[in-house]
Ligand binder design. Structure first.
Ligand SMILES: Cc1cc2nc3c(=O)[nH]c(=O)nc-3n(C[C@H](O)[C@H](O)[C@H](O)COP(=O)(O)OP(=O)(O)OC[C@H]3O[C@@H](n4cnc5c(N)ncnc54)[C@H](O)[C@@H]3O)c2cc1C
Length: 434
C-alpha cells in the first residue's frame, strides 16, 4: 500500500483534524504518547483519548520486572501525571470501550451507544494476551501479565516458599520467573520449544538464559506441551502431555499476544496479523492511522512491513504520527532501527535490529560471564547486536548497523578493539571518501 504524495494528503487530513478533532482509541503507551506529542507540537484542535482500562496511560515494562520484585512498593511509569490531561484540554475517557468505527461518517461508536466524530483517527489498541485453551485452566488458576491489574494481583500472590509454574520461556515468562525467584519462590518453566527465547533470538542467547536461570535454581521442561490443570484446594497440578504432574500455588502464563485489530477488520481496513500501515502510520484510509503493538508498519530500513511489540516502537511511532498530524512542515517517515531490552536478575539485555535465523553470529566477550555480545552479520554487514550488560559497546554497534558499515568478524570478536573505535574509523573513512 502506498500513498503518492504524503505531504499534500497529510495537509488535507491535518485540516480535517483541526476542524473535527483527533480521536485516539486505546490509552496505553502509544495512545498516551500520541496525545502528548500532538499538544507538544502545537496541535490546537480537539483531542479525545478513549481507553477501556480504568487507569491513565502507563508503560508496561515494569509490570513483569520491578512491580513484582517487592511486595509493598509500586513502580508505575505513568506516561503523564493526571493533571496533564486537564491542563492540555485532552478529553480523556477511561473505562470506555470503542465498539465500532464508521469510516463513512468519520466517527467512532462507544459501548453504550455514544458517537464521537473525528477528523483524524489513531488506532492504538495494542495487543491482548493469548490465553491457554486447556481443560482445567481458569481465570482463578492462570495468571497473565498485560495490565497493571494483572501485575498487582500477581505481586500479592508471590510468597516466599511458594511453588510457581511458568508456561512459556519468552521474555515475559522469563522475567516473571526471575521475579518469582527474587521473591523466594521455587520456579519451574515449561516450554514447548527446545530452549528459551527460541522465536526471537539466536540459540546462543537462549542457552545463556537457560544457564542463568538454572544458576538461580529454576527448573526447565523443554519440548513439553500441556495436558490439563487439576485444581486441588489451593494447589494447581499441571499435567504435562508427557504425564508429569507438577504441583504449584501459582501458574503464570506467557505465551504471546494477539493484536487488538478487530475494530479495523470490521471497518474494512487491511489487517495481516496487525493493521497494515505505511511509513507515515497511515492505513489505506487516509484519515485513519495506527501505532504500537496493533500496527504492522512499513519500515524503509528493512524495505518491508514489520510488527514490533516494544516500548520504543509504541512511543516513537505514535510520536511520528502526531508530529505529521500537527505540523505543516513536510512529512517525516517513521524509520527506526528496532531496540528492545529485558532485565532478568543482574543481567540487562539490549537488542538493536532484528535477529535473522540465517545470519552469521559473532561472539564478542565470554558468554560464561555476565557481560558479552552476540553480533549478527549478513553480507559482511552487521544487522543485529544483542548485548548482555554491554551498554557501552551497543551504541556504536547500533550506529554501525544503521550506517550499513562493512565490518570484519575477527575485529568484532576482539574485545581489545573498542566498538567505538571501529565506528570512529568507519566515520573517518566515509568523510575521506565524501
Ligand atoms: C509485562 C510486559 C513487559 C514488557 N517489557 C518490555 C520491555 O522490557 N522492553 C520493551 O521494549 N517492551 C516491553 N513490553 C512491550 C511494551 O510494553 C508494549 O510494546 C507497549 O505497551 C505497546 O503499547 P501500545 O500502546 O501499542 O499497546 P498497549 O500498551 O497494549 O495499550 C493499548 C490500550 O488500548 C486498550 N484498548 C484495546 N481495545 C480498545 C477499545 N476497543 N476501546 C478502548 N480501548 C481499547 C487496551 O486495553 C490498552 O489499554 C512489555 C510488555 C508487557 C505486557
Amino acid at each position: 500500500m502506498s500513498h503518492s504524495d504524503p505531504a499534500s494528503q497529510l495537509d488535507e487530513v491535518r485540516a480535517a483534524a483541526l476542524t473535527a478533532g483527533v480521536v485516539v482509541i486505546g490509552a496505553g503507551q502509544a495512545g498516551g504518547r500520541a496525545v502528548e506529542a500532538l499538544r507538544a507540537q502545537g496541535f490546537a484542535g480537539a483531542i479525545t483519548l478513549i481507553g477501556d482500562e480504568p487507569e491513565y496511560p502507563y508503560e508496561r515494562p515494569s509490570l513483569s520486572k520491578e512491580m513484582l520484585h517487592v511486595a509493598d512498593q509500586e513502580t508505575i511509569a505513568w506516561v503523564q501525571k493526571p493533571e496533564f490531561y486537564v491542563a492540555n484540554q485532552i478529553d480523556f475517557r477511561p473505562g470506555t470501550r470503542v465498539v465500532a468505527i464508521n469510516r463513512g461518517q468519520r466517527s467512532v461508536q462507544l459501548e453504550g451507544g455514544d458517537v464521537i466524530n473525528y477528523g483524524a483517527l489513531i488506532i492504538a489498541t495494542g495487543a491482548r494476551v493469548r490465553r491457554l485453551e486447556l481443560p482445567g485452566a481458569s481465570q482463578q488458576n492462570s495468571h497473565y501479565i498485560r495490565t497493571l491489574a494483572d501485575s498487582r494481583a500477581l505481586r500479592e500472590r508471590l510468597v516466599a516458599g511458594g511453588r510457581v509454574v511458568v508456561i512459556g520461556a519468552g521474555f515475559i515468562g522469563l522475567e516473571a520467573a526471575a521475579a518469582a525467584v527474587k521473591r523466594g519462590c521455587g520456579v519451574t518453566v515449561i516450554e514447548i520449544g527446545q530452549q528459551p527465547l527460541g522465536r526471537v533470538v539466536p540459540a546462543q542467547i537462549g542457552a545463556y538464559y537457560e544457564s542463568l536461570h538454572a544458576s538461580h535454581g529454576v527448573k526447565f521442561l523443554f519440548n513439553t506441551g500441556l495436558a490439563r490443570f487439576h485444581q486441588l484446594d489451593e494447589t494447581v497440578v499441571v499435567e504435562t502431555n508427557a504425564g508429569d504432574m507438577i504441583p504449584a500455588e501459582m501458574v503464570i502464563v506467557g505465551i504471546g499476544v494477539l493484536p487488538n485489530a478487530e475494530l479495523a477488520i470490521e471497518a474494512g481496513l487491511a489487517v495481516d496479523r496487525g493493521i497494515i500501515v505505511d511509513e507515515y502510520g497511515r492505513t489505506e484510509d487516509k484519515f485513519i492511522f495506527a501505532a504500537g503493538d496493533v500496527a504492522r508498519h512499513f519500515n524503509p530500513l528493512f524495505d518491508r512491513h514489520i510488527l514490533l511489540e516494544s516500548w520504543q516502537n509504541a512511543q516513537n511511532q505514535a510520536i511520528a504520527i502526531a508530529k505529521n498530524l500537527a505540523s505543516p512542515v513536510g512529512a517525516a517517515p517513521y524509520a527506526e532501527l528496532p531496540w528492545f531490552w529485558s532485565d532478568q536478575y543482574d543481567v540487562n539485555l539490549q537488542m538493536f535490529g532484528l535477529a535473522e535465523p540465517e545470519a552469521n553470529c559473532v561472539i564478542r566477550g565470554n558468554p560464561a560471564t555476565k557481560s558479552w555480545m552476540l553480533l549478527q552479520l549478513k553480507n559482511n554487514r552487521m544487522i543485529c547486536a544483542i548485548g548482555m550488560n554491554s551498554a557501552r559497546d551497543l551504541r556504536p554497534a547500533r550506529d554501525l548497523i544503521t550506517m550499513g558499515a562493512v565490518v570484519k568478524p575477527e575485529e568484532l570478536a576482539d574485545v581489545s578493539v573498542p566498538m567505538a573505535e571501529i565506528l570512529r574509523r568507519e566515520k573517518r573513512e566515509r568523510a575521506l571518501v565524501g
